[in-house]
Ligand binder design. Sequence first.
Ligand SMILES: Cc1ncc(COP(=O)(O)O)c(C=O)c1O
Length: 451
Amino acid sequence: MSVLSDYAKRTPGSKEHFARVGAMIPAGATRSLNSWPPYPVYLDRGAGGTVWDVDGNAYRDFLANYTALPLGYADPDVTAAIREQLPHGTSHSFSRALEAELAELVVARVPSLERVRFTGSGTEAVMFALRLARAHTGRPLVAKAEGGYHGTTDDVMISVRPPADLAGDVRSPASVPEMRGIPASRTRETLVVPFNDVAASQEILRAHADRLAALVLEPVLGVGGMIPATAEYLTAMRATCDELGILLVFDEVITLRLAYGGAQQAYGVTPDLTTMGKIIGGGLPIGAYGGRADIMGLLEPRGGTDVYDSRSGGPALYQGGTFTGNALSLAAGIVTLGKLDAATIDALNRTGDLLRRELTGVFAAAAVDAVVTGVGSLFNIHVGPRRVEVFRDVRAVDAARQHAFFLGLLNHGVIVAPRGMGCVTTCTTGDDVAAFTAAVRLTLHDITEAG
Ligand SMILES: Cc1ncc(COP(=O)(O)O)c(C=O)c1O
């Protein structure tokens, strides 16, 4: 049976729902990622490592809301903590004491965080961190890596997945807006460096140093293909930023899960500012940014009537967000981080190592061109390439086969991102790993059969 007809047979309820919701919500989903051809699967519920769709199909979920749920769905302790808060109100006009509890946990884990502020999302964390960097340095530009994803603001929706004909020279990449609607003026304010190329990145930073406020980097390119930075690259970028007075920002929205103190601890490189999200909210909306006390001090003014201070060089750097620091996200985050101790993170990483090894073995045995990238509890399956070492290697992905692979895995009861990315959680068992590899074998058979 072909992948598509099998998909259609299993998911008539999703198809029907798509027809209804597509009339109101563009592409039938509020999150662009959640819509794909011929129509997306709509979920009903999740528990542990399993989710069920509206047709009653069960899936082993290796995506866990894009790595945000390290304990899987509806962890009993997280659920209890949320329930405990409910009678006391879900969000409030003034701060709750819970804020300090989560701040203490985060600061205790990540050594570079002398101060921290919470936000509503990872996107906001990056937005505020870059504004802070500009305010601190008085410089107008920021730099990011080609292939780097940092949320959806204009500053960073640049060269995330740039097409080959626009991306420019490999050693001096162009700044390519990801979509229409991003002003050309903003695009010019974001420089793009080639990830893991020390000399070329240094050259770009040096050429613009007097106007460059910050370099923001993911220690592992996430959306860009789950490609880890080399230790040499991060160390060199740290030294170059120091030399040039540029702030180094690590975006650890995904990578915080890789070590107790985040990827920066694993690499032994200390950024000036760090952005976080996902796991620190235990499955509820959150973000955070923090770092050096002298930089974060720009957020110190107490506010009250003078929080908006538009005098040039005025003291106040304003941060807002109606739902920032809401009780449910804080409570879920406190429990989640409490459970993610160093031993648990080690175990997650070992499960991830096993999974990547097993998956690589399946592709090799089937003589299918595919690469499994990633590190620790993170992975990305790329269908088509023979190697994925630098970001531009991801271009060799065979988009049609990658999509068929994604649908085929769904047919066999496994969820990864459409681009092949995923993670393991504390719910992932050896049985899950075996089921995943079996599903890959079956899917490769289906795809090959269908040509
Ligand atoms: C590295 C990175 N930064 C920032 C973000 C944005 O976070 P959020 O989706 O919470 O806005 C993401 C989301 O996937 C991310 O992976």
